[in-house]
Design a protein around this ligand. Structure first.
Ligand code: 3HC
Ligand code: NAI
Length: 701
């Protein structure tokens, strides 16, 4: 059982004890009802306190139990709450730290709530594509009023207990404790003070009124607002419906309506994807062969080599987290330029009201610059972001090996080079790791942590911890060309090129993929990032992997100097100073000429084929990445695409999406595409892992 029972004098205490956050799984629910039964049967007990052990009162229903038979097994959360309401002895919830979802619903079924200051209170189910399914939509409006409750339910955001305690007329918090430390004792005193109350004298939230003065008109307004903001997500509008039911129906009818809406959401693809994301995000920080308690190195200061596009953004992450940064460059002009860009970025934030002037000054005060490697001798973590040439990296890493103190972590931001080769430039390959940030590095959430053959486990553990501190989603990748994200995007880009050859236009491809939910289609993305980057890679490929076929359209585009937004023209035309992509006749003519040169008769291509070919190209390479051990789990690949490549969140990432479509269907589509003469023979051969999973009737997991 994961709830404990004890009696202190005449007060029974039920303590939720299901680490890490007292999720209300089956065993915990049994523990609560058993404790309640004991307390009610014991004549010496006159009141009951329910509290949570460890770092939460409760984080809500046990997410890991969702979709399993245990989730529905009696006592379910609703019946636990009904049992609390039916108690003939007063029940006081002693709430601290985190009180969320089912945890808050449980507390609202108690007669009284004593709450520690600083407690985060929320109904965050909407973030999992759900709505509160154990009375939250019916009880929260009764204690906070319809508008405040609806805001909390639709946003899922947490509100601090002291804020809620100050709301006029609120009935959620009966007593705000003096401190978290005194909470339990205060709750016991409170319980003693209400001992002996029974029947109608015991307050139940369900008996409170629930109305909005504007009635239906308010809910119509709320639907319009919420509907406009929650495209692709069904849950927020259902939250409005459930709260509207609270205001319109009798309590038990509203509860039944909430249950109906909750059940309807539980198996929507959006909710399944969001729950996958929740788990995958947390799992990404765990490395299979690196124990959670691996000792970490202390990172109190950071040095960054190179003040260009990436170096500046990387530095800002650390400054934002209060960690001092020293940037090294070759020339003073480069330092001045880099510094000016950082200042400009911060000043833009200040102007928009996103950053306070004093915070900006504090951050800049943490930044120093140098032209001398000797000044890096005290840095705990040094991140290199110089030109993408192995020779340049060699010089830098040899210098770092000379000056860095023992135990300093030496990281490279390389996007394509071999981290093992870079590590071999030093006498300390165990201290070398890849930290592949994405541009703009101060904005993008993703950080690929590239694990070299000799990278120390403590180095990995430290870098994962650092990533958390600077608010990045870190995913570990092995060493290979392109790591996880760019290795996959190359296959996606190849398909995008073939689609042009065969009859699609850049705007048709972009539109189809953007309708699927990508933040940006491949051609708009190319124009933003710079088409010359891919061009350089393809030139390298021409000698390294001559067998790999590409559409030549992208090369021909670059031969015209159409590198994208930075040259005012790419796959699209751009007006000076604007980012709107305007379809270009020059590009359409170029593609048409190319087809003639290649003897291709264009055909009409459906949006469905476009999306499938692009997404399944990612999936097939993703499967190979798993086979090669470059990623340790499919959820990691999903996190890379959700946080770094604009894959639609509500589809849960390419690997999750493929699993939902069914790997059999994905493999069948690949076999159809394999008949395409543009491909180089084995592009659409389903990766062995996909074939194996199909044969076993399994998915990526
Ligand atoms: N069930 C099961 N496990 C949970 C959980 C939950 N509700 N909430 C968090 N966890 C686990 C995480 O998976 C993680 O496990 P791990 O250590 O094995 O990876 C661990 O708790 C710690 O989580 P975090 O890393 O997120 O820790 P933080 O301290 O940063 O945050 C938290 C704690 C605020 C509770 C945060 O985890 C959170 O927001 N959890 C989700 C809460 C939620 O959505 N609750 C609603 C559930 S749905 C529900 O209640 C339905 C009901 O209405 C019927
Ligand atoms: P950049 O050209 O904007 O900046 C490089 C900077 O390094 C320049 O300011 C240059 O003066 C400096 N530099 C060159 N050699 C040096 C040396 N020996 N010592 C000190 N400083 C030196 O390049 P960018 O885009 O910032 O890229 C840097 C690294 O980041 C590359 O490895 C690149 O592959 C990688 N990267 C780039 C991304 C991007 O979108 N630009 C994304 C992810 C990684």
């Amino acid at each position: 059982m994961t709830a404990e029972y004890k009696v202190l004098g005449e007060v029974a205490v039920i303590t939720l004890a299901n680490p890490p956050v007292n999720g209300l799984g089956f065993a915990t629910r049994v523990g609560i009802t058993d404790g309640l039964a004991k307390a009610l049967a014991d004549d010496a007990v006159t009141s009951i306190v329910i509290t949570g052990a460890g770092k939460a009162f409760s984080g809500g229903a046990d997410i890991k139990e969702f979709g399993t038979p245990k989730a529905l097994q009696d006592p379910n959360l609703l019946s636990v709450i009904l049992a609390l309401e039916a108690s003939t002895k007063p029940i006081v919830a002693a709430i601290h730290s985190v009180c969320m979802g089912g945890g808050l619903e449980l507390a609202l079924g108690c007669h009284y709530r004593v709450v520690a200051p600083g407690t985060s209170i929320a109904l965050p189910e909407v973030k999992l594509g759900l709505l509160p399914g154990a009375g939250g939509t019916q009880r929260l409006p009764r204690v906070l009023g319809v508008e405040t409750a609806l805001n909390m339910i639709v946003s899922g955001e947490a509100v601090k207990s002291e804020m809620l305690a100050g709301l006029p007329g609120q009935k959620l918090i009966d007593q705000l404790a003096g401190s978290a430390e005194s909470l339990f004792d205060e709750a016991v005193i409170y319980a003693k003070s209400v001992a002996g109350k029974t029947g109608d004298a015991l307050p139940l939230v369900r008996n409170l009124p629930c109305k909005h003065p504007q009635g239906d008109a308010y809910f119509q307004f709320a639907r319009n607002m919420v509907g406009g903001m929650s495209k692709n997500y069904p849950a927020p509008l259902k939250c409005v419906d459930a709260v509207a039911a609270a205001a319109k129906m009798k309590f038990d009818d509203g509860l039944a309506e909430e249950r109906r809406l909750f059940t309807g959401l539980m198996f929507t693809p959006e909710s399944i994807a969001l729950r996958h994301l929740f788990m995958a995000e947390r799992a990404a920080s765990k490395i299979p062969d690196v124990a959670d308690d691996t000792p970490k190195r202390e990172i109190k200061s950071v040095a960054v080599i190179g003040a260009g596009t990436m170096g500046g953004g990387i530095s800002m992450n650390f400054l934002n987290a209060g960690i001092p940064v020293k940037i090294l460059e070759m020339k003073q002009e480069a330092l001045d330029r880099g510094l000016a860009t950082i200042k400009r970025n911060y000043e833009a934030q200040v102007k928009k009201g996103k950053l306070k002037q004093d915070k900006y000054e504090q951050r800049m005060a943490l930044l120093t610059t140098t032209l001398s490697y000797d000044e890096l001798k005290d840095a705990d973590l040094i991140i290199e972001a110089v030109f993408e040439e192995l020779g340049v990296k060699e010089k830098v890493f040899k210098e770092l090996d000379r000056v860095a103190k023992p135990g300093a972590i030496l990281a490279s931001n390389t996007s394509t080079l071999d981290v093992d080769k870079i590590a071999a430039f030093t006498e300390r390959p165990q201290d070398v790791v890849g930290m592949h940030f994405f541009s703009p590095a101060n904005v993008m959430k993703l950080l690929e942590v590239v694990r070299g053959a000799k990278t120390g486990k403590d180095v990995l553990a430290t870098v994962m911890g650092v990533a958390k501190k600077i608010k990045k989603t870190a995913v570990v990748s092995g060493v290979c060309d392109g790591f996880i994200g760019n290795r996959m995007i190359e296959q996606y880009s190849r398909q995008a090129g073939f689609l042009l050859d065969e009859g699609a236009t850049p705007q048709q491809v972009d539109r189809a993929v953007e309708k699927f939910g990508f933040a940006m289609g491949p051609f708009r993305m190319g124009d933003l990032a710079g088409n010359d980057i891919g061009w350089a890679i393809r030139k390298r490929r021409a000698t390294e992997r001559a067998d790999m076929k590409y559409s030549r359209t992208a090369d021909k585009l670059c031969e015209l100097g159409r590198f994208g937004q930075k040259t005012g023209a790419g796959w699209y035309d751009y007006q000076a100073g604007k980012r709107d992509a305007i379809p270009s006749q020059v590009v359409l003519d170029l593609i048409e000429q190319h087809r003639k040169d290649e003897g291709i008769v264009p055909r009409k291509i459906s949006d469905e084929e476009i999306v499938q070919r692009l997404v399944y190209a990612l999936v097939n390479e993703g499967a190979r990445i798993l086979e090669d051990g470059i990623a340790s789990k499919s959820g990691d690949i999903d996190m890379v695409y959700l946080t770094g490549y604009g894959f639609p969140i509500w589809r849960g990432g390419p690997m999750h999406y493929a699993s939902q479509v069914g790997l059999y269907n994905v493999a069948e589509a690949m076999k159809r595409f394999a008949k395409n003469p543009r491909d180089d023979g084995n592009f659409w051969e389903p990766a062995p892992l996909i074939q194996k999973l199909v044969a076993e009737g399994k998915s990526f997991g």
